[in-house]
Design a protein. Structure first.
Length: 252
């Protein structure tokens, strides 16, 4: 088989002198030059590094995982990242500078209360952010996780969200404004008693999952698929087989 031919180009004296000053080595041809350094990483995880306090020199990193880095309190310098994970950062309170982050996870940041600047985030996780109560500015977020945000009660502004996770939001009682949500998780939302406003659209639903704990819920023909198991006041007692029969009848 034919072997690759390495191009050997003489190095000009001027260039050779510069290389000598920079590296201390004498290179006569291009074949003698060292290989270029690898490109800088675009994804970096330093999860659990308690002593980390400065991330200002991370160059071209686009995705950064700082979960459980308890030494970082101020996050204003992190606005330039595309994907940012700050899970378990209990000390973080001010996230107003992070509105330009495309994907942001604040899972378990219980001291965060004001999320009004995060409406431009495309994918936002606020699960277990128990200090968050007002989510009226998040109606333009495409994927929103509010699981177990016990302070959230009013979700009327979230009707345009494509994917909405409200697991364990026991303070939510009215989901009548969520008819446009494509994927909705209402598991353990014990305060909800009526989902009659969630009518199906012309397009076929994207999410249909039946839980083994659906004995307290019953699927209503014509409503869009959603997780709603263990929603104590939602429907009369039904069996999984009855839900499956309704799904087959509706052509799902």
């Amino acid at each position: 088989p034919a072997k690759s031919v390495v191009s050997v180009v003489p190095i000009a004296p001027e260039t050779r002198a510069i290389l000598k000053r920079k590296t201390g080595q004498t290179y006569l041809t291009s074949a003698e030059l060292p290989p270029p350094p690898p490109p800088p990483p675009t994804e970096l995880s330093v999860s659990g590094c308690d002593d980390l306090v400065d991330v200002s020199a991370l160059g071209q990193v686009q995705s950064l995982n700082l979960s459980r880095c308890t030494g970082l309190v101020h996050v204003s310098a992190l606005a330039g990242f595309q994907r940012l994970f700050l899970n378990g950062r209990a000390a973080v309170t001010d996230v107003s500078s992070l509105g330009d982050v495309a994907e942001l996870s604040l899972y378990g940041c219980s001291r965060v209360t004001d999320v009004s600047a995060l409406g431009t985030v495309r994918k936002l996780t606020l699960a277990y952010c128990t200090g968050v109560a007002d989510v009226s500015a998040l109606g333009t977020v495409r994927e929103l996780n509010l699981a177990y945000c016990s302070g959230v009660t009013n979700v009327s502004a979230l009707g345009a969200v494509e994917s909405l996770d409200l697991r364990g939001c026991t303070g939510v009682v009215d989901v009548s404004a969520l008819g446009g949500v494509c994927r909705l998780n209402l598991s353990w939302c014990t305060g909800i008693s009526d989902v009659s406003a969630r009518r199906s659209r012309a397009t076929r639903p994207q999410l249909l999952r039946a839980s083994h704990r659906c004995e307290r819920t019953e699927h209503r023909p014509g409503t869009r698929p959603e997780r709603a198991h263990w929603c104590g006041g939602l429907f009369r007692r039904a069996t999984c087989s009855a839900i499956a029969a309704n799904q087959r009848r509706d052509g799902w």
